[in-house]
Design a protein around this ligand. Sequence first.
Ligand SMILES: [Zn+2]
Ligand SMILES: [Zn+2]
Length: 386
Amino acid sequence: MSEFDLSAKTGPYSCPACGGRMVFDPASQQLKCPYCGTLKPFQCARETPNEYDIRFPPPETDAAWIDETRVARCEECGAEFVETGETRVRICPFCGSKRMQESAAEAGIAPEGVIPFQLTRREAQERFNKWIRGHIFVCGAVKKQAAEGNLTGVYLPRWTYVDDAVSVYEGKAGRHYQGQIPYTVTDPDGKERTEKRSEQLTRWERVSRTLEQRFDDVMIPGSERLPQAMLNSVMPWKMSQLRRYVPEFIAGYACEKPVADVQAGWQEAQAMVDRRLAELAERDILSSADEAQVQRLETEHHNIRYRLTLVPMYLNAYTYHKKKRHVLINGQNGKVAGHAPISPLRIAAAVLLGLLILLGLFALFMSRGGSDYMFNDLSGLNRMLL
Ligand SMILES: [Zn+2]
Ligand SMILES: [Zn+2]
């Protein structure tokens, strides 16, 4: 907690009891003083965060971070973080570097929504330790990270979109039927005759239909600093816990500045929606057919709305064999994913131990008269060979 200055006793983040800087506490969902444990509730609007029309930027008042902001940049990997209130990012959550610099960049558009941390740092650390225990051959470098408690809570930016899609598709619906296929048989006296066998065939007919579908909360990363496959494995986000952004939720946490803008995010979201619509069209044909082919699908997107949302993640970053490695823990559901490089030394030690046990068992077996049995068996083998 060295990043907090204890001298000032006033301000929204000052502890009323000791003047310490309060941070967001996932367990109570209030501000909590890390020094004396005092809790302080804060106001957060109950209604769902706003969504904005894709054709316009959000209104100035809604796009504000509310608290004064600064931007910190990692000199090592280039990641940028928005700092509010008294929070200072001292160690880059993405690469573990301590080379953080204040940047002149603007904080940019403020988030409208936030899924607040539900897991405390201690709970995240327990998940990390359990994950390590499940990887017995993992290298010492990761174990060291867990033992040293190198976890940082960071909010990641996500664009979410609502879209009313209307698609017209054309394709073919195939229905199975039993057909009679003629084939030629040659009798023993050389005469040919035609017989028929029953076989499953498909009758195709053209279909063309319109699909109307609303897509809610299609979520797209605002940056790509973490491997997507790893992120996917700690999904999904429970959107029922989405709250309207107020700066208290991010007090004491790093908050990544989005790299991708709202339009770039929409391009990605649209591709996802289009893939989903192709699946829906296929399923639509299959609802009254045995086989489906979608040949053309044209979609119009209406009423596209967007929102910037922050999602909570605990991160550990370390370098192994000159490569950046990560372990991440979903700050909402506690799922863990990460690189788990295997230590060849640990495997060699396990193999050696296995061999020693086998050797021990063999010695025990021999000392208990097993040798007689073996020679008897060998003599039996000799007899068979003779
Ligand atoms: Zn206090
Ligand atoms: Zn970095």
